[in-house]
Design a protein around this ligand. Structure first.
Ligand SMILES: [Fe+2]
Length: 142
């Protein structure tokens, strides 16, 4: 089987939202997704991969909560869209985690999860979070 190198995601200006707390949490998430790539490519084994996926689940949940509370507090028009996207994502992530664990934790599956996580996150930050942050920053109290 030929395996391609997994993408390393980069936090840069394109996905900077301008709110330090949220930007730092996004950096952490991207770093954890890159750690997952390291674990897969470094053959650290399925236990390490499972731990990283579990960490990502927990961290994403905590981060989404923070972001959603902030958005609702500022009555952002995008708050609900953002929350719905988070819920769908957490459902997907839980399903991938289950499938990975139940299907024998193959490297192929870990690779798919890594790519899906990275692509979703970057796309979500770019399309929703950056606009959400603009709404927050437009508030007089922000
Ligand atoms: Fe978000």
């Amino acid at each position: 089987m030929t395996t391609t190198t997994l993408v390393r995601y980069v936090w840069d200006d394109r996905i900077k939202v301008g709110l330090p707390l949220i930007d730092n949490q996004h950096r952490e998430l991207i770093e954890a997704i890159n750690d997952l790539a390291e674990a897969i490519e470094g053959n650290q084994g399925s236990t390490a991969v499972k731990k990283l996926i579990a960490f990502l689940k927990g961290y994403a949940e905590w981060h989404f909560d923070q972001e959603e509370n902030c958005a609702f507090r500022h009555q952002c028009p995008l708050a609900e869209t953002n929350q719905k996207a988070h819920v769908r994502f957490l459902e997907m992530l839980a399903q991938w985690h289950r499938e990975y664990t139940e299907s024998g934790a193959s490297e192929e599956q870990a690779r798919k999860i890594h790519t899906a996580l990275g692509e979703w996150l970057v796309d979500h930050i770019y399309k929703i979070d950056t606009n959400l942050a603009k709404e927050i920053q437009a508030q007089p109290s922000a």
